[in-house]
Design a protein around this ligand. Structure first.
Ligand code: BYC
Length: 312
């Protein structure tokens, strides 16, 4: 087949909702764009373990500690599925990790904010995992097969994460005045960064048009952000916490909630490496890599030994 014929076959598959698989021909730009997005997604899952891990040793009960530990382990698993999905596109895992450590590859902005109180563990579960689900449910229908299939399992686990966060906050809201204040303070700090997780407004999103045409993205950044806001309002009311946005109001004509302007200066500061915890997170990842190097070496030595035994 000529390249033009291969391109035509690819376009037909995208049009007909047939998944693109690792051995299929694909345009180089499609491959690169996927490695960028899936790699960033994988890094986010791994870096995302740190803000929550901060509270493992201070969880208020054995039950809460076990739940938090299980959630953090799930995030490690998500990172691994996603690195594997990127590897099916010919990407090298270590190269992607090195690119992140050198600031050449991004990870989700949200994980550059500190977790200052126990209520933050609940707010991260409810709002951060909640926002991630809205984005990832849509990605279950993304055009690249391994990414779409990985998302199915990830979404199931994210639902548990979101619920554990909400339930934790519900418990705190039944507690003392001080605990309720802690929840409100936490939600005040996490709401706006959660809205930033969906990326820049559509008009300022350089990758959106092409990613939508290739059906890598099924909804735009603004559409998903709106869905998250609309879903969240009822949850805020049930929890008994106020939304830290004086401009949030129902718009009858649009059938959606209007909301205030996001602080885009803050967003660009954070994604360019100047958020509150960027340095700390990269340092933590670098240290984890150095301290875990012996595990990789031991696994490689063991694999080589088995190969040699098989060959003998
Ligand atoms: N943070 O053209 P755009 C989790 C970058 S983890 C940082 O709109 P695109 C969890 C963007 O990469 C779940 N960077 O890009 C884990 C691009 O920069 P480059 C994480 C952002 O790709 C542990 C530039 O801005 N989820 O749930 O079309 C514990 C222009 O943006 C962000 C995912 O990763 C951001 N928020 O759309 C708890 C979802 N937004 O690459 C929870 C997968 C934008 O040109 N990713 N940028 O240097 C996506 O769906 C899309 O990549 C995005 C951005 C919607 C995020």
């Amino acid at each position: 087949m000529t390249e033009a014929e291969q391109q035509q076959r690819f376009d037909e598959k995208i049009e007909a909702e047939i998944k693109i698989e690792p051995r299929d021909w694909m345009p180089e730009e499609y491959r690169k764009n996927l490695v960028r997005q899936i790699g960033q997604h994988a890094h986010s899952e791994i870096v995302g373990m740190h803000p929550e891990a901060n509270w493992l040793t201070r969880a208020p009960s054995l039950k809460r500690k076990a739940i938090l530990m299980a959630k953090i382990q799930d995030e490690a698993g998500h990172g691994l599925y996603l690195y594997c999905a990127a590897e099916t596109l010919g990407a090298d895992r270590q190269d992607m990790i090195d690119a992140m450590l050198e600031g050449k590859m991004k990870y989700a902005s949200i994980f550059n904010y500190p977790t200052l109180s126990w209520a933050d563990v609940g707010a991260v579960g409810w709002l951060v995992d909640g926002a991630a689900i809205v984005n990832q449910v849509a990605l279950q229908r993304t055009s690249y097969g391994p990414y779409a299939r990985g998302m199915v399992r990830i979404c199931k686990e994210e639902s548990f994460h979101q619920r554990q966060g909400y339930e934790l906050l519900m418990e705190m809201m039944k507690g003392s005045e001080e605990q309720r204040a802690m929840v409100q303070d936490s939600v005040n700090r996490w709401w706006w960064p959660a809205l930033m997780m969906f990326g820049p407004n559509d008009a300022d999103s350089p990758h959106s048009a092409q990613s939508m045409a290739w059906k890598i993205k099924r909804f735009s950044n603004d559409e998903l952000r709106q869905k998250f806001v609309d879903n969240s309002v009822r949850q805020f009311k049930y929890l008994g916490v106020s939304i830290p946005d004086p401009d949030l109001k129902w718009n009858e004509e649009r059938g959606h909630y209007d909301f205030g302007e996001i602080n885009w200066d803050e967003f660009y500061q954070v994604i360019s490496g100047h958020g509150p915890c960027n340095r700390q997170r990269i340092e933590q990842r670098r240290k984890a890599q150095e301290e875990g190097a012996w595990v990789v070496e031991a696994a490689e030595a063991f694999a080589a030994k088995r190969e040699a035994a098989k060959a003998a």
